[in-house]
Write a protein that binds this ligand. Sequence first.
Ligand code: SAH
Length: 214
Amino acid sequence: MPIDTFKHKGLRKRLCAELREKGINDEAVLAAIEKIPRHFFLESTFDVIAYEDRAVPILCDQTISQPSTVAFQSQLLKIKRGEKVLEIGTGSGYQTSVLCELGAQVFSIERHKGLFDNAKRLLSDFRYTAKTFLGDGYKGLPAYAPFDKVIITCGAPEVPQAIVDQMKIGAAMVIPVGNEVQEMRLITKISDTELKTETFGNFRFVPMLEKRKF
Ligand code: SAH
C-alpha cells in the first residue's frame, strides 16, 4: 500500500477548495473527496499530480476521470444513505469509493479484467463493501435490479434501454451521451414509459464499448 502523508492530505484540502470554486457545493461529496487518497488509485509515477483537477491514465488505456467530473456526477445524483447504485465503468475504483463514502450500496461493472482485479483488491483494502462485476455494462445487472441511482462513467453513444428498465420509478441516472464529446445528462424515470432529461454541458470520457468490440 502507498502512504497517505500530511502532504497528500494538504493537497486534498486544496483540491476541495478548488472544487468549491468550480461550483461543487454538496458537503458530503466534498468530504468524500477530502477523505479518499486518490493517489492510491494511480500508478506511483502520477503521485505528484493526483490532486490536480485532471484525468490521469490508468491500466488498459483507460483514464480516471478528473476530480471535478467525479464530484459533478456524484453531486447530480443526490445519493441518500442505503440507496442501491449501479455504476458502469469501475475503472480504478475511485468513483466507486466516493459512492461508498456517500453511503450507497454500490454495484459496479467493468469490462477490463486488469482494472476489475485491481479495483476489487483496492476496494477491499479500504473495507468498502461495493460489489464488483466483470462484464458488459450495457446489460446492467438484472439480478440485482431495481436500482435507485445509476452512474455511467464512460461515454455512451445512446442511453442503454436495458439499464433504464432496471431503474425504479423515480430513479435517476447520470450519463455522458455522445461519441467524441459527450453531453452530461441527468435522466429521471417518471414512469415505465416516460423519462425526464436535463442536460449539463459537454465532457470527454473514454467510450462505453459494446460487446462486439470486446
Ligand atoms: N470511474 C472510473 C473511470 C473509468 S473510465 C474511475 O473512477 O477510475 C471508464 C471505464 O469504463 C473504463 O475502465 C472502461 O474499461 C469501462 N467500460 C467501457 N465500456 C464498458 C462496458 N460496456 N461495460 C463495463 N465497463 C465499460
